[in-house]
Design a protein around this ligand. Structure first.
Ligand code: PEP
Ligand code: MG
Length: 920
C-alpha cells in the first residue's frame, strides 16, 4: 500500500485530478482545485486503499494510519489557527465519502464534527452566536447518531417536535393543532432559540444513551474514528450496493474519505450555500446555472424543505425573483463564483457540477465533479465544446453515451414530475407512454380508434396481437425476455415496452401487482383494472401508477452534427431490421445503410393475408398449398416493391419464412369458427390439424429452412415475389440490391438445396421479365453447428448474418421466451454481468461468432459478415463486433443512431488500442 493520507490546503496538494482511483472523485477534485488556487477549505483524504485494507482486516484501520491522521489534523490546525478539541478556537471538520465514480447520495457524510458541550460554548463565544453553535451541535448529534451509532433519525422526531413547540410558545404561535409538517413550516430550524436547542441537545443525548447503552462520545478523536469507519462502512450499505449494480461499479474499488475543515454557510445573512453547473445539465445550454439558500448548510439544500433561489438574475425583462438571486444579494461572492466556474470548465474541459459555501461573504468551493446530464444536454454540450475548440471532434464523439441518445428519439419521463412506482420489469423498448390499461389487442384497437391512449397489458404477446400493439402507446408484459416477441416488435415500432415484469399477473381483465420494498421483499399488492391509467418508462423498465408528465422527442441540429462526425470515423456499416416500407423509411431517415433483416413472416399477419396463410398451412397436399400461396404472392411482391423503393441503392436482406407454421393458426374458438366459414373445412377438422402441428419445443422444431425441406413451394413463392419485385423496381430505373437469406441452417446440404431452389426460380423470373438483377444468396448463423461448420456453409453462402438471438438461445440452451423468469436472478447472482439476450455473451457466443468468421472467410475470402440479432443495437456488443472485424450490424430503426455512435466509439477505441501509428 502507498501513502494513506493526501493533504490539501493553502494552494498546495499532495494529490491531483488524475488520482480518482485513490482519492475518489471528491478528494481528487478538491486537490486539483487547491492546486489551481481556487479557495477550498483545507483538509486531507484517506485513500480507497485504506478502505480496502479496513475491510480486509475486519473493519480496523491499518497500523500507523491513526498517527498519520493525527499529524494531518495538526497541519490543519496550524493552517486554520484553531485546535481540534479546543474550546478557545474550535476546529470543526466534515467527514465525507467519495468513490472513484460519483454515486450521488448513496454514501454518508457527517458535518460539524469535533463538538461537545464545552466546545459548543467556545464556538458560541468565537462566532458571537449561541444559536448558531447549538444548532450546529444538535445537527451533528443527529447525523452522528444515525450514521455512526445506528440510531435512526426518526427516533429524534418527537424531541425535535417538542423543541419546535417550545419555541412556538415563545414566538406566540398556537401550535396545539399543527401536524409536524405544519409545525416545521411555522417554526423552521432557524427559529429554534438557544434555550429550546439546549433542551433538544440534552434529549437527543438521552435517546442515544437509551438506544445504545452508552453516552454520546465527547472526545473529538473518538468521534473522528467513528465517522471514518462509518464512511467506509457506507460503501457496503444496501443503497450503495444497488446503485453499484445498476451502474456496473465494482465493489473492489472502495471509497475514499475526506476530512475537511468546516466552513459555515449558516452564520447569518451574509452566508449561504448552493450548487452550480457550468452549463445547464438538462438542456446543455451554455449558461451558468444553479441554486442557493441564504443562511444554510449543505444538508438544507439536499433536504428540500426550503425552496432554493436562482444564482443568477433572470435574463432580459427580469422577474419577480430578481432580488432573491445570489447575484443580487451578494454581488462580490457571485462574481467570484462566476470566475471560478469559468476557470474550472476550461481546466477540466467538461461541464462541472460545483458545491459552494459562502461564509460571511467569503466564497469556498467544497466539491467539483463532471456533471451528470441528460442525453439531450450531452449531445449539445459535446458539439458546442468541440466548436468552441475546448475539445476535439473525436472527444465529442466519445463524450456521449450512445444509450442516452434514446432520450432524443423517444418521449421521456419528466424527471421533476412526482410519480408513484408500481413495478419494475425489463427495459425492453425505450420511451415513455401513458394510457388506459387494456387487456386485449382488439380492445386496444377499438379504444385507440375512439382517440384514447391505451397501454396493452398481456401475460405475453403473440403475433396475433400485432394490431393491438400498433394501436397502443405502450406495451407491458408479465413474461418474456429482451428478445421476446413483445420486445422485438415494440422496438421495431419505436414503441415503449416493459417486458418480463414478474411483479404483475394478468388474468380475467385484471392485473394484480405485487408491491416490493427497496430490499425486494413483497409488502402488499394492488389490483389494476381495465381503464386505469398507468405510465411506462421503457428505457428503465419502470411502471408507474397514474399519468406521469413526459417530455416530447426532438432531434436537434447538434445531434445531426455529432452523427456526421461519428459516421466519418466508424468502420462498421449500420443497417436496420425493417419489415415494411414504412419501417424502411424510418430506418433510412435515421441513417440506416441498408436492411440487414426483413422478417417476411411479419407481412403474413395482415388481415387479408392471414386467411391465405392459414389455407396454405391447412391444405392437404402440395397442390392445395400452391393454390393458397398463389394468393399470397401479389401481397408479398408489393411489400418488397415498397421496401426496395425506399432503400433505393442500398442492400436489402430478405429472410425467407422462419417461424413454425402453427404460430399462424387460429388462437381461439372465434377465429377457428371464422376460418371454418371461410374455407368450408369443419371446425373439428381444423382443430385436429392444429393439434397435429403443435410441437413440444417449437423453437427447436419444424421451423427455418426445415420448412423448405418439407414444403419447398413456400420458399419458391417467396423467392419469386422477391425477384419479381426486384425486376419491377429495376425496370423503373431504381437500383436494387436484393439479398436472399436462409434462416436456421446447420448443414451444407440444406443450403445447397435451398440455393438450387432459389436459383431455379431466379432463372425463370429473369426469363419471364427479360432482365436480370444481381441477387446474393446467404444464410443466418443461428446454431452452434452452423458456426462450427461455417467453412462448408460458406461454400454455398455469399454472406453470413449472425442471428445472435437464436445463437444465444441455442448456445446457452435458454429459451428466449422464458428467460425473463429467471435471468434476473442470474444477473443478480453475478453469473452473467448482463442479460445475454441484451448484451452479447462475448466469451461464449462471441467465440462462436469468431469461429464462424474464421472458418467462413477461410473458405470464401471476403465473405460478407453481419449481425442481425438484437445485439446489433447494443453498444457493448457493437464494441465486440468491431473488434471481431464484422462488416455490419443491423438493428431496429430507432436504434440506428445509437449503433452509428457506438460503432464510431468502438472504432476510436480500436484505434487507441493499436497505439499511435508510425508517422509516414
Ligand atoms: C436471431 O435469431 O438473432 C434473429 C435475428 O432472428 P429472430 O429474432 O427472428 O429469430
Ligand atoms: Mg432467429
Amino acid at each position: 500500500m502507498g501513502r494513506s493520507i493526501y493533504f490539501f490546503g493553502a494552494g498546495q496538494a499532495d494529490g491531483d485530478a488524475q488520482q480518482k482511483d485513490l482519492l475518489g472523485g471528491k478528494g481528487a477534485g478538491l486537490a486539483e482545485m487547491t492546486r489551481l488556487g481556487i479557495p477550498v477549505p483545507p483538509g486531507f483524504t484517506v485513500t480507497t486503499e485504506v478502505c480496502n485494507a479496513y475491510y480486509a482486516s475486519g473493519k480496523a484501520l491499518p497500523a500507523g494510519v491513526e498517527d498519520e491522521i493525527k499529524a494531518a489534523i495538526g497541519r490543519l490546525e496550524s493552517l486554520r489557527g484553531a485546535g481540534f478539541g479546543s474550546p478557545e478556537a474550535p476546529l470543526l471538520v466534515s467527514v465525507r465519502s467519495g468513490a472513484r465514480a460519483s454515486m450521488p447520495g448513496m454514501m454518508d457524510t457527517i458535518l460539524n464534527l469535533g463538538l461537545n458541550d464545552e466546545i459548543a460554548r467556545g464556538l458560541a463565544r468565537r462566532t458571537g452566536s449561541e444559536r448558531f453553535a447549538l444548532d450546529a451541535y444538535r445537527r451533528f448529534i443527529l447525523a452522528y447518531a444515525d450514521i455512526v451509532l445506528g440510531v435512526p433519525r426518526d427516533r429524534f422526531e418527537e424531541a425535535l417536535g417538542r423543541a419546535r413547540r417550545q419555541a412556538a410558545a415563545k414566538l406566540g404561535v398556537d401550535a396545539t393543532r399543527l401536524n409536524s409538517a405544519e409545525l416545521e413550516r411555522k417554526v423552521p430550524d432557524s427559529q429554534l432559540d438557544p434555550e429550546s436547542l439546549a433542551a433538544l441537545i440534552q434529549r437527543q443525548k438521552d435517546i442515544v444513551l437509551g438506544a445504545t447503552g452508552r453516552p454520546f462520545p465527547d472526545d473529538p478523536y473518538a468521534q473522528l474514528w467513528g465517522a471514518i469507519g462509518a464512511v467506509f462502512d457506507s460503501w457496503k450499505n444496501h443503497r450503495a450496493q444497488v446503485y453499484r449494480k445498476m451502474h456496473d461499479i465494482p465493489e473492489a474499488w472502495g471509497t475514499a474519505c475526506t476530512v475537511q475543515a468546516m466552513v459555515f454557510g449558516n452564520l447569518g445573512d451574509d452566508s449561504g450555500t448552493g450548487v452550480a453547473f457550468t452549463r445547464d445539465p438538462s438542456t446543455g445550454e451554455r449558461r451558468f446555472y444553479g441554486e442557493w439558500l441564504p443562511n444554510a448548510q449543505g444538508e438544507d439544500v439536499v433536504a428540500g424543505v426550503r425552496t432554493p433561489h436562482p444564482l443568477s438574475r433572470p435574463g432580459e425583462g427580469g422577474g419577480a425573483d430578481d432580488e432573491s438571486s445570489l447575484e443580487a444579494r451578494m454581488p462580490a461572492a457571485y462574481a467570484a463564483l462566476v470566475e471560478v466556474q469559468g476557470k474550472l470548465e476550461q481546466h477540466f474541459r467538461d461541464v462541472q457540477d460545483l458545491e459552494f459555501t459562502i461564509q460571511q461573504n467569503e466564497l469556498f468551493l467544497l466539491q467539483c465533479r463532471t456533471a451528470k446530464r441528460t442525453g439531450r444536454a450531452a449531445v449539445r454540450i459535446a458539439v458546442e465544446m468541440a466548436k468552441e475548440g475546448l475539445i476535439s471532434q473525436r472527444e465529442a464523439i466519445l463524450r456521449v453515451d450512445p444509450g442516452s441518445i434514446d432520450q432524443l428519439l423517444h418521449p421521456s419521463i419528466d424527471p421533476s414530475a412526482p410519480k408513484s412506482l408500481l413495478a419494475r420489469g425489463l427495459p425492453a423498448s425505450p420511451g415513455a407512454a401513458t394510457g388506459q390499461v387494456v387487456f386485449s389487442a382488439d380492445e386496444a384497437e377499438r379504444r385507440a380508434g375512439q382517440g384514447r391512449a391505451v397501454i396493452l397489458v398481456r401475460s405475453e404477446t403473440s403475433p396475433e396481437d400485432i394490431h393491438g400493439m400498433k394501436a397502443a402507446r405502450g406495451i407491458l408484459t408479465a413474461r418474456g425476455g429482451m428478445t421476446s416477441h413483445a420486445a422485438v416488435v415494440a422496438r421495431g415500432m419505436g414503441k415503449s415496452c416493459v417486458a418480463g415484469c414478474s411483479a404483475i399477473s394478468v388474468s380475467q381483465g385484471r392485473m394484480a401487482v405485487t408491491i416490493y420494498d427497496d430490499h425486494g421483499r413483497a409488502t402488499g399488492s394492488i389490483t389494476v383494472k381495465d381503464g386505469d391509467l398507468i405510465t411506462l418508462d421503457g428505457g428503465t423498465g419502470t411502471v408507474y401508477l397514474g399519468a406521469v408528465p413526459t417530455i416530447p422527442a426532438a432531434l436537434s441540429g447538434e445531434f445531426e452534427e455529432l452523427m456526421a462526425w461519428a459516421d466519418a470515423v466508424r468502420r462498421l456499416r449500420v443497417r436496420s431490421n425493417a419489415d415494411t416500407p414504412h419501417d424502411a423509411r424510418t430506418a433510412r431517415n435515421f441513417g440506416a445503410e441498408g436492411i440487414g433483416l426483413c422478417r417476411t413472416e411479419h407481412m403474413f399477419f395482415d388481415e387479408e393475408r392471414i386467411q391465405a396463410v392459414r389455407e396454405m398451412i391447412l391444405a392437404d397436399g402440395e397442390l392445395g398449398r400452391r393454390r393458397a400461396l398463389a394468393k399470397l404472392l401479389p401481397f408479398q411482391r408489393s411489400d418488397f416493391v415498397g421496401v426496395f423503393r425506399e432503400m433505393a441503392g442500398l442492400p436489402v436482406t430478405i429472410r425467407l419464412l422462419d417461424p413454425p407454421l402453427h404460430e399462424f393458426l387460429p388462437q381461439d374458438e372465434a377465429q377457428l369458427q371464422q376460418l371454418s366459414r371461410a374455407t368450408g373445412v369443419s371446425a373439428e377438422d381444423l382443430q385436429r390439424k392444429s393439434e397435429e402441428l403443435a410441437e413440444y419445443n417449437p423453437m427447436l422444431g419444424h421451423r427455418g429452412c426445415r420448412l423448405a425441406i418439407t414444403s419447398p413451394e413456400i420458399y419458391e413463392m417467396q423467392a419469386r415475389a422477391i425477384l419479381e419485385a426486384a425486376c419491377e423496381v429495376a425496370a423503373a430505373g431504381i437500383e436494387v440490391e436484393p439479398e436472399i437469406m436462409i434462416p436456421l441452417s446447420m448443414t451444407r446440404r440444406e443450403l445447397a438445396l435451398t440455393r438450387a431452389l432459389v436459383e431455379g426460380v431466379a432463372e425463370k423470373v429473369f426469363a419471364e421479365k427479360g432482365r436480370r438483377v444481381d441477387v446474393r444468396f446467404g444464410t443466418m448463423i443461428e446454431l452452434p453447428r452452423a458456426a462450427l461448420r461455417a467453412g462448408e456453409l460458406a461454400e454455398e453462402a455469399e454472406f453470413f448474418s449472425f442471428g445472435t438471438n437464436d445463437l444465444t438461445q441455442t448456445s446457452l440452451g435458454i429459451s428466449r421466451d422464458d428467460a425473463g423468469r429467471f435471468l434476473g436472478a442470474y444477473v443478480e447472482a453475478g453469473i452473467f454481468a448482463k442479460d445475454p439476450f441484451q448484451s452479447l455473451d462475448v466469451p461464449g457466443v462471441g467465440e462462436l461468432v469468431e469461429i464462424g468468421r474464421d472458418r467462413g472467410r477461410a473458405a470464401r475470402p471476403g465473405l460478407k459478415l453481419g449481425v442481425c440479432g438484437e445485439h446489433g443495437g447494443d453498444p457493448s456488443s457493437i464494441a465486440f463486433f468491431e473488434r471481431a472485424g464484422l462488416d455490419y450490424v443491423s438493428c431496429s430503426p430507432f436504434r440506428v443512431p445509437i449503433a452509428r455512435l457506438a460503432a464510431a466509439q468502438a472504432a476510436l477505441a480500436a484505434e487507441a488500442a493499436r497505439g499511435p501509428r508510425a508517422t509516414d
